[in-house]
Design a protein around this ligand. Structure first.
Ligand code: ATP
Length: 580
């Protein structure tokens, strides 16, 4: 793989397309010279009477014809150039976006702890857009201009090397200024990119938290935070423009000095009789023309440096190893066993799960209970391989889950989370996520079993009603019912219920409990529950405290002991009698 292909993170096809785009751009540059040559010939024919000659009208008409052909050629080259650069780079951009999104899907959840949503959205949308811009606007033009300038320089040198040298001597000096200042430009740009990300995060936080902000009268306080980060972004944007502007402007000034130098060398040669007036005039016309693409190059380079920061961020993300494993292994037994599992979210912090050894026999209902923060959700996430354990192992049917492909593992599990995520799709589409092969009839049957019908009846288009972003129009209980319908539709042998009935009113809860009974019949079930009365009938209740098993047994066994379970149960039973 070539350095350029690697730097731009291009597929083989993308790299092939880039080479074609560079060729097309170079062709466009050369085609632009044709009208200039015809025009030059035209002028030379017109000024013939001044040197005692006569204008040949036949030649003038021929030149007119050549001019028309040249303009058509320029148009065709531009058209070809457009297709090869813009269309292809946007196609490559789409491929990159899909592969980044695919990659993110397979990353360990620890990545999402260290990166926030704005960061990842910027990766998929912003950084890929940057690389699209680099591919469509910068790289082809950069290479094409460099190639055409070098060719023209060589041609001019053949004609008169002294004039060619006068024209081109300022070009490398100008480039050196921009290239050598790269480190300074990159340092300012990195700060600007960081400020831009921070400002996006603040905007997102402000909009997402608008309800809390209003409820707590924090408008002024939070707005001040937002305003500060926006002002910082503006300050760094100006600093960056000044920082790069200084170098680019200095480079351009040095380059323009080449015009003066060419005039000086030209007039010296003319007075010495070493060059004729017309060739000198042509050189002077060329010097003005040739500096235009060089100036473009000088302004493109800092842009390239800037966009490299985003591309590097994307490369860093793609370098993170995704979770892998066997995607073929067929499980036939669903005993879940945790053997001396240790885990912490943050390597420097205290362990969240310490030496956990539990067994969830196939076909049984096991409940995980314990005080808030004791690690119940963490255990269920480890079983679903959202995270890998630090030490110890978790097996399902004797198979270490670390050796299994996470998506394949997930095909054996239905998960009902505390926070239900809904997509900007119809109710039907949101339930179908449970099983993409399901027919509409199967989906509706699952929805009915999860008591979604009364909620659907209220909606204008029934099951085909669009839910909007994250189902913002639904209540907590309604969202949870959709989530249960998904799990019912999936019909996986292992069911993980994380506070599944937490957001339901008593009436709803009773009917949902029936739906859950259907969902969990003959399955291996792990229920995380705060309301202990809901799991009193569980086969085994594991009580967690500070990431360790405090005690376990059936409800009656645990109540007979004077332990944590009995304490929690008593507090909850007493609190049921509270009123306000
Ligand atoms: P609750 O009953 O309140 O939901 P829990 O028993 O389910 O609590 P966990 O959610 O497993 O507890 O959290 C256990 C500990 O791990 C807590 O101290 C929590 O702050 C921490 N924790 C949970 N999720 C993360 C995360 N994504 N990153 C870092 N720490 C986390």
């Amino acid at each position: 793989m070539s350095k350029l292909q690697e730097a731009m993170m291009l597929t083989d096809k993308g790299y092939g397309d880039l080479k074609k785009a560079i060729f097309a751009c170079t062709l466009t540059n050369f085609s632009a010279i044709l009208p200039a040559i015809v025009m030059m010939q035209f002028i030379m024919e017109l000024v013939k009477p001044f040197s005692g000659g006569a204008v040949s009208w036949t030649k003038m008409w021929l030149l007119f014809g050549a001019g028309v052909v040249a303009v058509i050629l320029v148009f065709l080259c531009h058209k070809n150039d457009y297709r090869k650069t813009y269309v292809n780079s946007y196609m490559q951009g789409e491929a990159t976006r899909v592969s980044v999104a695919e990659h993110i899907r397979r990353l360990p959840m620890s990545v999402f702890n260290s990166k926030d949503l704005t960061d990842l959205t910027t990766n998929i949308m912003g950084d890929v857009a940057n690389s699209e811009h680099v591919l469509s606007h910068l790289v082809p033009e950069l290479f094409a201009n460099a190639i055409s300038i070098t060719c023209i320089c060589a041609l001019l040198a053949v004609y008169d090397w002294r004039m060619a040298l006068a024209i081109f001597i300022s070009v490398p000096v100008a480039f050196c200024i921009v290239v050598l200042s790269r480190k300074i430009q990159e340092r300012i740009s990195r700060k600007h990119v960081a400020a831009k990300l921070a400002a996006s995060a603040r905007v997102q936080e402000y909009i997402e938290g608008i309800k809390v902000i209003r409820a707590c009268n924090m408008d002024g306080e939070r707005f001040a935070v937002l305003e500060r980060s926006l002002r910082e972004m503006m300050r760094l944007a100006i600093k960056m423009e000044v920082g790069t502007g200084v170098f680019v402007t200095s480079a351009q000034t040095i380059l323009q000095a080449g015009i003066g130098l060419t005039v000086l060398v030209g007039t010296t040669l003319l007075t010495g009789g070493q060059i004729a007036f017309i060739p000198l005039l042509i050189f002077l016309l060329i010097v003005v023309q040739i500096y235009a693409p060089v100036i473009v190059l000088l302004t493109l380079l800092p842009e390239l440096f800037y966009f490299q920061i985003g591309i590097k961020r994307m490369r860093d993300l793609l370098d993170i190893k995704p979770m892998t494993g066997d995607a073929e292994k067929v499980l036939s037994n669903f005993d879940i066993v945790c053997e001396n599992v240790n885990f912490s979210y943050n390597k420097d912090a205290e362990q969240t799960i310490k030496g956990l050894s539990i067994s969830i026999p196939a076909g049984s209902l096991t409940a995980l209970v314990g005080p808030s923060g004791s690690g119940k959700s963490t255990v269920s996430r480890l079983i679903a391989r959202f995270w890998d354990t630090d030490s110890g192992r978790i097996t399902i049917g004797g198979q270490d889950i670390k050796t299994m492909d996470p998506e394949h593992l997930m095909s054996y599990m239905s998960f009902v989370f505390q926070d239900v995520v809904l997509f900007n799709d119809t109710i039907l589409g949101n339930i179908r996520i449970g099983n993409r092969e399901a027919t509409p009839e199967q989906i509706i049957a699952a929805a009915k079993a999860a008591r979604c019908d009364d909620l659907v009846d209220k909606l204008p288009d029934g099951y085909n009603t669009m839910l909007g972003e994250n189902g913002a129009t639904l209540s907590g209980g309604e969202r949870q019912r959709i989530s249960i319908a998904r799990a019912l539709l999936k019909n996986a042998p292992i069911v993980l219920l994380d506070e599944a009935t937490a957001s339901l009113d008593p009436e709803n809860e009773a009917s949902i409990q029936q739906a859950i009974s259907t969902l969990i019949a003959n399955k291996t079930v792990l229920v995380i529950a705060h309301r202990l009365r809901t799991i009193a009938g569980a086969d085994n209740i594991i009580v967690l405290d500070k990431g360790q098993v405090a005690e376990q047994g059936t409800h009656d066994e645990l109540m007979a002991r004077d332990g944590l379970y009995r304490k929690l149960y008593t507090i909850q039973t007493e609190s049921l009698g509270w009123s306000v």
